[in-house]
Design a protein. Sequence first.
Length: 695
Amino acid sequence: MNATDRDGPLRTFGLAVLVVVGLGAGVAAVSGTADATQVEQTSVNTTQSPALEIGAVDVPDSVPPGETLEVGYVIENTGTEAGTEPAVLLRLGGETVDTDTDVTVPANDSRSGTLVHEVAADAEGETLTVVVELDESGDVALEEVTVGSDSGDGGNGAGGADLQLVSLDGPEVLDPDEELAVNYTIENTGDTAGTEGFVRFRVDGVTVGADSDITVGAGERVTRTFTRSSFEFEAGDSISYTVELTDFADSASGEVSITLPDQSGAVTVDGSVETDSISVSAEVTELTTADERGWVAIENLDNDAGPVVQAASAGEVVRAGIDSLGGVRLGDTIEVRLAADSGFTQPLGNDTTSVAAGDNAPIPSFRLTPVTPEVGQQVSFDAGNSRGEAGGIVAYRWDFTGDGTVEATTQSPSTTHTFESAGQREVRLVVENEVGLTAERTKTVLVESRTAPPQPDLRGVDIGGQGTAATIAPGNTEISVTVGNVGDEAGQFTLTLRIGETVTRTQTTTELDGGTETTVEFGGATARLDAGSYDVTVSAANATASGTLTVETGSTGGGAAFDVEITGTNSPTTLGENLTATVAVENIGDGDGTRTVSLTAGELGSTGSSVTLDSGESTETALAVSTAGGATGEYDLTVTAGNTEVSTTVTVEGSSGGSSLVVVLILVLLVLLVVGTGAYVYTRKQGSDGGLDSL
């Protein structure tokens, strides 16, 4: 027997073991996945954060019906890092009519934009409340505009006015430390005065400035200037800029190249810096550049606010407000740096100083959720972005009505409030720091009225015209009920009629406005009832109306009398499967008839089947209810037919878990089969080769 022959059975056995181990690992992996615990991630708050708010809103006094309403806005970022507002909303009458998305504003900078809305042609004489809202940052600004015919004063191009951009004058070359200044001229070639409501200034496709309400007389010209700080420009860049007339749909563009001058110089902190300082000053003591101008950066190295950058000349003193530096505290290090370009790629000098003791007023800030609450809705207020400056904040005082009265004082920056009426509310926050200095911030909150959802109310069950309690002859009797919508919003309701435990009917109403009602009629529900008394219930959502019904002696079967017997069940059954009962039914009366054979199994529900038999005739039927909505345990199972009733007890069991045991047994049998096969092949091979001694 050669080595290959000897290794054959062993390899077969090893492969089988690997398969078994792999299958076991797969089962373990599935089990591990099912039992895995979700790990909750937490975020780490940092002091560096944006603070976006609405700086200005430009809305015309009036707009003609059927024309486009243009609303200009400016978003300011007073925070310490760039921020993005996911959605800037234009709302009219509580409805969002236009949205600007993903508006990014650098730290200590601003961005402007325009939202538009087509005014309805039949809105003449209406006054529109215009709301510009920062969806995430939570700031809101409100203005009003009147819808009316153009007065003919030349505004928005009416009355014969024709405004055009006739010239655009900007530099072709610009040093990195120079300010970009662009002159533009608007000429009115029309025969009446005209007003351009909104002129945009874009640099590299981004709106960086705007002029509004520029009036030009007939045949006249008006020249204005846009400027842009060039600290964002780099040597070698090519910058494009555009001036656009919004109302008169005209524009002009230009381009400027950025050069790199020679540079040298020095800068020092001018005077001492204290915690109650208003600003930090720096003096350019030496500067040699192509145009004798440079760039100064002033920064608090102990926070994340970032530097304040300004252009300066030799001997000039520049200043940065304490707020723009993120505040200062005792011992903070203030650094000033000088360069010939706004990107500070070639620094010329720097100086530092340590902050001395003093007092700073706190800086309040807060946001609310939701931004536009409803009457009676709990609103969360968060002042966590407020800063204490000279120390921590010790008190947050909240005036939710704007009447000067503080409704809540907390040490925590978070609180809640519920507004009891709709309208505009001026919410004022006053913060106090550890040294007793205070500051306040006010925001306008628009509280909207709340409407109740559709809600059914049931009353007036009427059985055959006899009211809620009736006695009827066997046969068909109509049952009706009055359903009303006590909510504010319109809606439909599905009504369920139950008579005893065996008869169920459902019917859906037409859509009902709030405060209206209708009558719903159920026909044919009593046609097959046997003589006896029944509870009548009509339900819809959480509303219920009830009555009682008595069927007089008599029979739809002409002397028929049904007898029932439970001949078998599938008890015990597994939870989630159907519970089934086999029922023998016999007509022991002297006439033919029809009865409903019903099966009820406690909270599992009920089911039924109609059976028609001649006198002396019998049949067998199977009835089933689902156990999916129930629980394990014993249930009383009851079968009825007319006045005949029989019962038994059934059991619902949980899942046996046998599937896992079956998998294990199969794997064990597979191992035994492979081992046995290998041993058999090995023994036969020994015999054919003369035993082990012949190897």
